[in-house]
Write a protein that binds this ligand. Structure first.
Ligand SMILES: [Mg+2]
Length: 291
C-alpha cells in the first residue's frame, strides 16, 4: 500500500519519468504481490515455421512419391484442416508408410535458428512461462520437443489431439468454434491464449507481459488480443507480417467492415536470437527507467 502511494506521488510530481504503460505495469505488479500472486511473463509460440523451419503437416508428404489424391485435397475446402490432414494420414497408411518412418521424419525436422536457445533462456533466465499453440498436432509436437530436449521448458502445448491406432495416425479438432471469423473452426489461437491466461490467473499467476511469436495468418487473432505492454514477434517475409503491419497502421478492415488494430509493440524477426536480443533489450530499458 505504501509503495503504491509513493509511486502515485512520484508520478504526479514528475520525479519519475515513467511512461503510463510502465507505471500501470508497476501498479499491477504491486497489486499482484499484495494479493500473493506470482508475477511472471508469458511466451506463446506457434510451431510450424516458427519453432521448426518447416511445416510438419506437409513434410510427411515427402514419404510418398505421389500427389495427394484430389478427393483428399477437396477435404480442406469442404471440412477444414484436420479433415484434410486425416486424409493425408489415411493416404500414408494406404501406401504402407509405417509409424516409425513418420515419427523419424518428424524428429529430424530442423529448428529455426536460435529458437531452442530462445525457449531455454526465456524459461530459465527471463521469468517466462512458455506455451505452444499450433494447428499441427499433439503427436508431432510431442515427438519433436522430446527429440530436441525442449519438453521441460514448455508449460503446455495446445494443438489438435493425435495418436496412432493400429498404424494409422488419427487426428481430431482441438475444438469446434464459430465465434472467431479470423480463425479456422478447429483452432482459435486467440481464445486458447486468453483462456490459458485466465486459468493461470485463477491459479495465482499474473503475466505482466505476453510475447507472441508466429509467422502465419492464424497468428493474427492472438496478436490482435495482445495489449500495449505486450510484444508481437512476426517472421520476416512470412504471411503474418503484412497483415500485422497493415493492422498496426489502422489499414486492416475485416469482412464485417470493422477496423482491427494491433495495439502491442511489433518486432519483425529472422531467427530466435533476434527475438532473444530484443526481449533482453526491453528488460534492460525497463530496469534503467526504474533506477
Ligand atoms: Mg506457423
Amino acid at each position: 500500500m505504501v509503495l503504491r502511494d509513493i509511486l502515485h506521488k512520484c508520478l504526479n510530481s514528475r520525479i519519475l519519468k515513467l511512461s503510463g504503460t510502465l507505471f500501470k505495469q508497476l501498479v499491477d505488479t504491486i497489486d499482484a504481490v499484495k494479493s500473493k500472486k506470482m508475477v511472471r511473463n508469458l511466451a506463446v509460440f506457434d510451431f510450424d515455421h516458427t519453432v521448426i523451419n518447416d511445416n510438419s503437416d506437409t513434410a510427411v508428404l515427402k514419404l510418398i512419391n505421389k500427389e495427394v489424391p484430389e478427393e483428399v485435397k477437396q477435404l480442406h475446402k469442404s471440412d477444414g484442416w484436420t479433415a484434410f490432414m486425416q486424409g493425408v494420414f489415411n493416404t500414408l497408411h494406404e501406401n504402407n508408410i509405417k509409424e516409425e518412418s513418420i515419427n523419424n521424419l518428424i524428429r529430424q525436422l530442423p529448428a529455426v535458428e536460435g529458437m531452442p536457445e530462445l525457449i531455454k533462456q526465456m524459461n530459465d533466465d527471463l521469468n517466462y512461462d512458455v506455451i505452444i499453440i499450433s494447428d499441427s498436432n499433439s503427436h508431432f509436437i510431442d515427438l519433436w520437443l522430446d527429440q530436441n530436449n525442449l519438453k521441460k521448458y514448455i508449460s503446455r502445448v495446445f494443438s489438435n489431439p493425435a495418436c496412432f491406432e493400429n498404424g494409422l495416425l488419427k487426428i481430431r479438432m482441438y475444438h469446434l468454434q464459430n465465434c472467431c471469423k479470423l480463425s479456422t473452426k478447429n483452432l482459435c489461437k486467440g481464445k486458447i491464449m486468453e483462456d490459458f491466461i485466465t486459468e493461470q490467473n485463477s491459479l495465482g499467476v499474473v503475466y505482466k507481459r505476453v510475447v507472441y511469436c508466429g509467422d502465419g495468418i492464424n497468428d493474427f487473432c492472438p496478436i490482435l488480443r495482445l495489449s500495449k505492454n505486450d510484444l508481437a514477434c512476426v517472421r520476416h517475409k512470412y504471411k503474418c507480417v503484412d497483415v500485422v503491419l497493415r493492422s498496426k497502421e489502422g489499414r486492416y478492415i475485416d469482412e464485417d467492415g470493422e477496423t482491427r488494430i494491433v495495439t502491442s509493440d511489433v518486432y519483425i524477426w529472422k531467427n530466435g536470437y533476434d527475438i532473444l536480443e530484443y526481449v533482453k533489450q526491453l528488460q534492460r530499458k525497463e530496469s534503467k527507467l526504474l533506477e
